[in-house]
Write a protein that binds this ligand. Structure first.
Ligand code: ATP
Ligand code: MG
Length: 393
């Protein structure tokens, strides 16, 4: 019996002429994800991706990993058999034994894309339902609210029996909507914003600002670990670490204290934009969340974004902190995020930050700095770190 995994393609089927490109991205991402687990055959037919394992391929692990691939709405395991009603019924009886013994009620739902199959979907459902009832007399048929739905599909190559699908990761295939710079700190928010933008099909390039020795080597390791935790979802990434110490010291020495954070954030944006231009990235992603801290008022964000030409995407802007935390737990970054290493944002924090600045005020406050030289100096010291899921296993 040939156990397979079926992935239902999500929104990408809506994309008309772009559909093929989207599908190819999805297939590429799935193949990359599976390449470290063993040998699998991956192909797409009628908006369903089929994954067949070679001899010895671990289907349990594949099933788990594939739940982290964006662009998939539902995922199920299935067994294949010949397109014959008795072969299908026998397979359903054997393959679903545990499920049938556990559930109190069930129904069968059939679909046939092979219209030459000699029974209608309804006839096939009734037939297989009857055979299952005979084999498992303790479970009732309930067509309205069954505990277990037995799905049968008759397709071009074979018939498949599968139990109810589990939800896929949703969204769109990573890379199908371009590339963006994602500002990644060691906090709770930015791993979630990176995940959310990847879910919309954007390939993120994480950028981290590092203020050694004010922030420790461990703080950097923590960010690398956060990026690594995102690779099952985002694919392998290349993180850019920006040396930020000199800029922060200059701000401390030459600018009014109440503007420290805003000026620092303007430098982050300028540097991120230059990295974006060098990498074909079309936006800058942050984990900002309206009203959460002093630098996240509308005026404060206007003053930081005034230095930019690219759009700033803020996937968390309207979420509650509790929702962000729940999401961080779900994707597995929360425990690492709360490790107690400081971020460069907490170095030289003003006692009384300006919360409703004008752009002109902030420009005036940073006028003593040689912006271009500082930006170029930081860019010259970029450290590039490969974040690879496979290597780090
Ligand atoms: P987070 O939990 O993501 O650290 P935060 O609530 O602490 O966010 P801020 O410190 O104001 O908020 O940072 C806002 C956003 O700026 C972060 O979500 C992140 O995208 C970016 N950012 C902050 N510090 C850094 C850093 N050291 N390196 C890269 N990006 C940063
Ligand atoms: Mg932070």
């Amino acid at each position: 019996m040939n156990d397979i995994i079926l992935l239902k393609v999500g929104e990408i089927i809506l994309k008309g002429l772009n559909r093929r490109r989207f599908e190819q991205k999805l297939l590429g991402n799935i193949r990359w994800r599976l390449s470290r687990l063993g040998k699998y055959r991956v192909y797409i037919l009628q908006s369903t991706v089929y994954v067949e394992g070679d001899e010895g391929a671990d289907m349990d692990l594949a099933f788990e990993e594939l739940q982290k691939v964006f662009g998939v709405v539902a995922i199920s395991r299935a067994a294949a058999c010949a397109k014959d009603k008795d072969a299908i019924a026998k397979l359903a009886i054997d393959y679903l034994r545990d499920d049938m013994l556990r559930a109190k009620s069930f129904k069968v739902e059939s679909r046939r894309s092979d219209k030459s199959f000699p029974m209608t979907s309804v006839e096939l459902s009734q037939y297989v339902g009857g055979e299952l009832s005979d084999a498992y007399p303790d479970i009732e048929v309930d067509v309205h609210d069954p505990e277990l739905v037995v799905h049968i599909e008759v397709r071009d190559l074979a018939a498949y029996v599968h139990a109810a699908p589990v939800p896929g990761a949703g969204g769109m295939p990573v890379g199908s909507n371009g590339v963006a710079i994602s500002l990644l700190s060691g906090g709770i928010d930015s791993p979630v914003s990176t995940w959310m933008i990847a879910r919309r099909g954007v390939r993120p390039i994480p950028v981290h600002f590092f203020s050694f020795p004010y922030t420790s080597e461990q703080a950097k390791e923590k960010v690398i670990e956060l990026a690594r935790l995102l690779t099952p979802w985002c694919g392998k990434m290349r993180m850019e670490v920006v040396p930020f110490t000199h800029i922060q010291e200059e701000i401390r020495d030459k600018c009014p204290e109440e503007y420290f954070t805003l000026i620092m954030r303007r430098f982050m944006m300028r540097i991120a934009e230059r990295i974006a231009l060098d990498n074909g990235a079309k936006a800058i992603v942050t984990g900002e969340n309206l009203g959460q801290v002093a630098s996240q008022t509308m005026e404060a964000m206007a003053s930081t974004q005034a230095v930019l030409h690219l759009p700033v995407l803020q996937p968390l802007i309207g979420m509650d902190k509790s929702e962000i935390i729940a999401q961080a737990r779900k994707i597995g970054t929360f425990e690492t995020s709360i490790l107690p290493y400081e971020d460069c944002c907490t170095v030289f924090t003003p006692r009384h930050p300006r919360t409703h600045p004008t752009v002109a005020e902030v420009e005036e406050a940073e006028s003593a700095l040689d912006v271009e030289t500082l930006v170029n100096e930081a860019l010259a010291g970029l450290e590039r770190i490969a974040i690879d899921y496979e290597e780090s296993l």
